[in-house]
Design a protein around this ligand. Structure first.
Ligand code: AMP
Length: 394
């Protein structure tokens, strides 16, 4: 599947509607805590400006649920982007309507207008036809550079494409190429590392990767569902009872296909789910009553790192423990360091795993850090993402 990018078409003098993912974290005063997602779009913006396009940016921020919520206004983003590009970024009062049209009509080549939060309209998530049409009427071309929201069929990620030539931006293209390369033709041994909260989010990917992976490491809360499926005692650990059967099937299928699945052998547990909880390490298959698993233990870290060192291709998604609590982030950090220092082709996705990799100082050694969470998982699973499906083929 080869999609057109904006390098395949003439953008000069054109009004280009670019869907970006500027859903950045803000502190309680509305200051941007981390502008990685803004920085990630600079190649696209720079290319379009150099090629004399007029850039109209559209994004969501937070979950305003279809109404105007002032704390989710894009004002801080317009300001930060203006500082980065060293130009004035005009922010429209509304995504569509008179003010947006006026700002767009006044643009010169190379200018950038930011449309106000697209999720201030309930029509965005409803992928409403009239709203798609209105949004499209602002521009000549649609560029989707928001891989992180490409698994959603919303007006600004998919619907708008019905009315405009639609192509991928740099960031979107890089995601599609990097992830496809790893998944279509992985150099073996191919190691997949899964963690995080829920088995349910990852069943589809695990099933698909059973076809391709050499070894799968499972940490995080999702490991306890697998441990319980094997008859282990998991105490009060978080697990999904309704996924026990599917976990059993996955384990059986892996065995049949000769794919090694490694579960934690030891676990750091506590009685309370709080940052400074008193912790101890126990056998993962024999967690005492009243205790819950919070992180993988030392012996597990060692066993997992051994596999990471052997791998030639690595895909990692999801933390090994409760990464939000300093006391229980050790497993995730050690795995992050090992993945980053390995010589394998590596793809890391999901907020916590990416943050852990960034904190190692070796992030530049990861082949591809994905900007998606759910989108990365769905793409790895082989699903056609709505925001990608609508882009014109080469
Ligand atoms: P996900 O969004 O699926 O990548 O899951 C990330 C979440 O999994 C984080 O908020 C972690 O705190 C949580 N998590 C990881 N390990 C555990 C665990 N052992 N118990 C409870 N939550 C966990």
């Amino acid at each position: 599947m080869k999609k057109k990018t904006f390098m395949d078409i003439d953008v000069s003098g054109k009004k280009v509607l670019v869907r970006v993912d500027y859903n950045v974290p803000l502190d309680e005063n509305g200051n941007i805590i981390d502008d990685t997602r803004i920085i990630a779009t600079l190649p696209t913006l720079t290319y379009l400006r150099k090629n004399n396009a007029k850039i109209i940016l559209v994004t969501h921020l937070g979950r305003p649920n279809g109404s105007v919520v002032p704390k989710f206004s894009l004002k801080p983003i317009a300001k930060r982007l203006g500082q980065i590009l060293n130009i004035e970024i005009k922010l429209s009062k509304d995504v569509v309507g008179e003010d947006a049209h006026k700002l767009v009509e006044e643009m010169n080549e190379g200018d950038v207008v930011l449309l106000e939060n697209v999720r201030f309209h309930k029509e965005e998530e409803q992928n409403d036809e009239k709203f798609c049409k209105e949004l499209a009427s602002l521009a000549d071309i649609f560029v989707n550079d928001a891989f992180g929201t490409a698994h959603r069929a919303h007006a600004s990620t998919a619907g708008v494409s019905r009315y405009l030539p639609s192509v991928a931006g740099f960031l979107m293209n890089k995601e599609l190429i990097s992830i496809s390369e790893v998944i279509d033709n992985p150099t073996k041994p191919f190691l997949v590392i899964f963690g995080g909260a829920k088995v349910s989010d990852k069943i589809g990917v695990i099933n698909r990767l059973l076809d391709k992976a050499t070894t799968i490491l499972i940490g995080g809360a999702m490991a306890y569902t697998f441990i319980a499926a094997k008859g282990g005692k998991i105490g009060m650990s978080r697990f999904e009872e309704d996924k026990l059967e599917i976990a059993k099937l996955i384990l059986e299928e892996a065995e049949r296909r000769n794919v090694k699945i490694l579960l934690p052998v030891d676990t750091v547990v506590s009685k309370e789910f709080i940052p400074n909880a008193v912790a101890k390490t126990v056998d993962s298959f024999n967690i005492p009553d009243g205790y819950q698993g919070m992180d993988i233990g030392k012996r597990t870290i060692k066993a997992f790192i051994k596999e990471i060192k052997k791998a030639k291709t690595i895909v990692w998604n999801g933390p090994m423990g409760v990464y939000e609590f300093d006391k229980f982030k050790k497993g995730t950090n050690k795995i992050a360091k090992a993945v980053a220092k390995s010589h394998a082709i590596s793809v890391v996705g999901g907020g916590d795993s990416v943050a852990a990799v960034n904190a190692t100082g070796y992030a530049d050694r990861i082949t591809h850090i994905s900007t998606g969470g759910g989108a990365t998982l769905e793409f790895l699973e082989g699903k056609l993402l709505p925001g990608v499906a609508v882009l014109d083929d080469k």
